[in-house]
Ligand binder design. Structure first.
Ligand code: ZN
Length: 131
């Protein structure tokens, strides 16, 4: 895997959080690396009823479909007040969504010792029924 492209995907996610949310409150975003090298980013709008909110991954996920591109890697980050940014593992629904892109899609999970460090794992290692 192209480590430079993976690092650029994480950087794009961090950049979206910083530019979209210049305040110092809780915010997150996602970024996905596509087969053609494109990096798509996205973030989730707030809703009055939290039960209708969507995952940060939805925008890049739908963008990949619109562009007819395979997803190679996906990262989701959350910036806490004070600036610490932690890795959010994909939720179960996002894992199901990513499964259509194959068992080798890389997903970012948090390092066991330091949640600010991205660890890339193939989807098949974090999905109960594929791989
Ligand atoms: Zn999700």
């Amino acid at each position: 895997m192209d480590q430079t492209a993976l690092a650029a995907t994480v950087a794009a996610c961090e950049a979206l959080i910083d530019t979209r949310y210049p305040d110092d409150s809780h915010h997150g975003a996602a970024a996905m690396l596509l087969k053609n090298g494109t990096i798509l980013t996205g973030t989730a709008p707030d809703a009055f009823n939290p039960s209708v909110e969507v995952c940060h991954e939805i925008e890049p996920y739908c963008g990949a479909y619109r562009l007819d591109q395979r997803i190679i890697a996906s990262v989701c980050l959350h910036r806490e007040p004070g600036g610490r940014t932690i890795v959010l593992s994909p939720c179960g629904v996002c894992r199901e969504r990513l499964a259509v892109h194959g068992p080798d899609v890389l997903v970012a999970v948090a390092d066991r010792e330091d949640p600010t460090i991205v660890v890339w794992k193939p989807l098949k290692d974090v999905h109960p029924t594929i791989g």
